[in-house]
Design a protein around this ligand. Structure first.
Ligand code: ATP
Ligand code: MG
Length: 619
């Protein structure tokens, strides 16, 4: 490929739309162009990177016996209704782009493919003799992300490798999951990435195992908490730890304490010398469900602890009635929310800032909702009973301070028995860096940021049961298939590689996924000897099986060197003044190698150096 034919436009300055280094560099070096929010054109240079990543993914997955397939991106609503995910994915904060066809039938643009593949499995898999099966595809996915950002990191249209496996029993699923774990480690390391495996949240699906692969980088959106001994690492969404010990509260009878204007924990502590760990903090939230019901939630947490939203959503989902059709969203319930969204409830009797775990259900009053509009949206309807959840840190306190459910009043020396409550105890607190580890309290958790590039998941039988994907087992009885699913963000991975491999001059691609392995720069195109040698070398290096880019532009040498650094091609061959003596300069993009050598030596050595890089022996 010739740079003159590449419609290469490089930018000297950082584009205003980009915040993180990899996004800036991919734009500046002409790899991507933004078309709309979260929607990017992958220009030819990036397309080559994506193809190289895909080739590595294919090689490694095919080696495990997985089969490549290609499923439709347009998916009928009916399949998603059967799995129970249609409303969750299309209403509220749902991320599925959806539309109606000319017959008025509803369709969604695939954000993921569990429904489609399980329907196929229901159709095609009948007997244990056909199992296990592992299918994957590499395809564009669509997600109307709430906050598309950082270029390819969080796009609304992006490339994913998604795979799904079907098994006769859980043991076979676990085997496949372990095999995918190994394949993923090989894929990321062959791509030249430093990735770590961490325990991940399994979402509302249930307690099945799931693991994410994180590329560690400052710009990562995820927080990884890990122990120094390397035996525990988890996404903060999921991480568990020991909370610091609470400062005990002297035993005393429960009594009211006037706390005028002391509605925050800090105010309360500074006015009365309490420690935050002696206080039970009570939060009022509202869960919106797919059937239109509004479920108020009352969370009790120790005053020095923070709520983990993911754990909360999982706990609430698990406790909703099936008729509520699943959780759409959950957010703090405030007078502002009620007003702006015209929700059918009255919070006049709720003493915000003074809530106790024993807040009466009657404090929330249902009011007639707005008249039904023309849309088919279900009408919001308040569930009259609070869903009360208590974190262990609060449940374990013998005596504590909490709100008195009246303005300007707290209760001191309260206990669960005195309040007449039997707490529904569930882990809701966010583990923090510095916390002691569960597996060894001498170890503490430290934090690092990560970019999630892959996620493997033991799904169990949720989808096969919902979509009737059943098979006949060895003893002749019918049962639901066991399922696993496995994703890699191919386009995100390309950008994550840049995030991990760049310097002040530009990108430094790992050889294995670089768009080109070597760039031949003709320093002065007006000099016939340089031009001729450059062209010859280009041909010879291509013949040697290398991916070669020839900078044949009639530009100043300095401009071409700068661009070569920005593009990040691992090796550069400069054909300059030495050309008439058959001498060229070889420069490694990342590293210190820089030397003059004869053309013949270059042709003898470079293919070996690049081959070592391709196989990951040399980054
Ligand atoms: P995230 O938590 O980052 O939103 P996810 O849990 O929704 O990711 P999965 O549904 O497991 O992601 O998708 C598989 C992989 O696809 C992810 O590991 C990630 O690498 C990639 N991915 C997910 N969403 C996006 C996106 N909006 N843009 C680019 N890649 C994405
Ligand atoms: Mg997501």
């Amino acid at each position: 490929m010739r740079v003159s034919r590449l419609m290469l436009v490089t930018l000297r300055d950082d584009p205003a739309e980009a915040e993180i280094p990899s996004h800036k560099l991919l734009l500046r070096a002409g790899y991507i162009r933004r078309v709309a929010s979260g929607i990017y054109a992958y220009l030819p240079l990036l397309f080559r990177v994506l193809q190289k990543i895909s080739a590595i993914v294919r090689e490694e997955l095919n080696a495990t016996g997985a089969l490549e397939t290609l499923l439709p991106q347009l998916q009928p609503a009916d399949l998603w209704q059967r799995s129970g995910r249609w409303s969750g994915y299309t209403a509220g904060e749902g991320i599925m782009f959806h539309l109606s066809d000319r017959q008025g039938r509803e369709l969604g643009l695939g954000p993921t493919h569990e429904e489609v593949i399980t329907a196929l499995a229901a159709d095609l898999l009948r007997s244990y003799r056909q199992l296990p099966v592992n299918l994957y595809q590499i395809q564009t996915k669509f997600r109307d992300e709430i906050r598309p950002r950082f270029g390819l990191m969080r796009g609304r249209e992006f490339i994913m490798k998604d795979g799904y496996s079907f098994h006769a029993d859980e043991a076979s699923l676990k085997e496949c999951y372990a095999e995918m774990d190994r394949a993923y480690r090989r894929i990321f390391s062959r791509c030249g990435l430093k990735a770590v495996a961490v325990e991940a949240d399994s979402g509302a699906i249930g307690g099945s195992a799931s693991q994410e692969f994180m590329v560690t980088a400052e710009a990562g959106e995820d927080l990884i908490l890990s122990s120094g001994d390397g035996s525990y690492a988890a996404n903060q969404e999921r991480a568990v730890s020991l909370a610091p010990e609470a400062v005990p509260l002297a035993a005393q009878p429960c009594q009211a304490l006037a706390t005028p204007g002391q509605s925050s924990i800090e105010d309360l502590c500074s006015a009365h010398g309490f420690d935050p760990s002696q206080i039970v903090k009570v939060l009022l939230l509202l869960a919106r469900c797919a059937d239109g019901s509004l479920q108020p939630v009352l969370v009790s947490l120790r005053g020095d602890q923070r709520l983990n939203d993911v754990k909360l959503a999982n706990a609430v989902s698990a406790r909703l009635a099936p008729a509520q059709g699943g959780l759409l969203s959950i957010e703090p319930l405030t007078p502002d929310l009620v007003r702006t969204e015209r929700l059918p409830l009255d919070l006049g009797a709720v003493p915000f800032g003074y809530l106790g775990p024993d807040l009466s259900d009657a404090a929330l009053v249902a009011t007639p909702g707005p008249a039904p509009g023309l849309g088919a949206k279900p009408q919001p309807r308040l569930v009259a009973k609070l869903l009360r959840l208590t974190d262990p840190t609060a449940a374990q306190l013998d005596g504590f301070i909490c709100g008195g459910n009246r303005s300007d009043l707290h209760q001191v020396g309260a206990s669960w028995a005195v309040l007449g409550l039997k707490p529904d105890v569930v882990d809701l607190r966010a583990a923090q860096p510095g916390d002691r580890c569960l597996h060894d309290p001498k170890q503490t958790l430290s934090a690092a940021r990560g970019i999630e590039v892959g996620h493997i998941f033991q799904l169990g039988r949720k989808y096969s049961e919902a979509l009737g994907a059943r098979f006949t087992n060895e003893s002749g009885t019918e049962e639901a298939l066991w399922m696993g699913c496995y994703g890699i963000g191919v386009s995100r991975l390309a950008q994550a590689a840049v995030e991990q491999n760049h310097d002040s001059n530009g990108i430094c691609w790992p050889v294995a996924i670089a768009p080109f392995e070597v760039i031949v720069v003709i320093a002065n195109l007006q000099e016939p000897s340089q031009r001729q040698l450059g062209e010859e070398l280009y041909g010879s290096l291509l013949d040697a099986g290398l991916d070669v880019l020839l900078d044949d532009r009639d530009e100043r040498a300095g401009v071409k060197f700068k661009d070569a650094d920005l593009l990040g091609i691992p090796w550069r061959v400069v054909v300059g003044r030495g050309a008439k003596d058959g001498q060229v300069e070889l420069v490694q993009r990342q590293g210190s190698l820089k030397r003059e050598l004869a053309t013949a030596d270059l042709l003898a050595e470079l293919p070996g150096l690049i081959e070592a890089g391709r196989s990951g022996l040399l980054a």
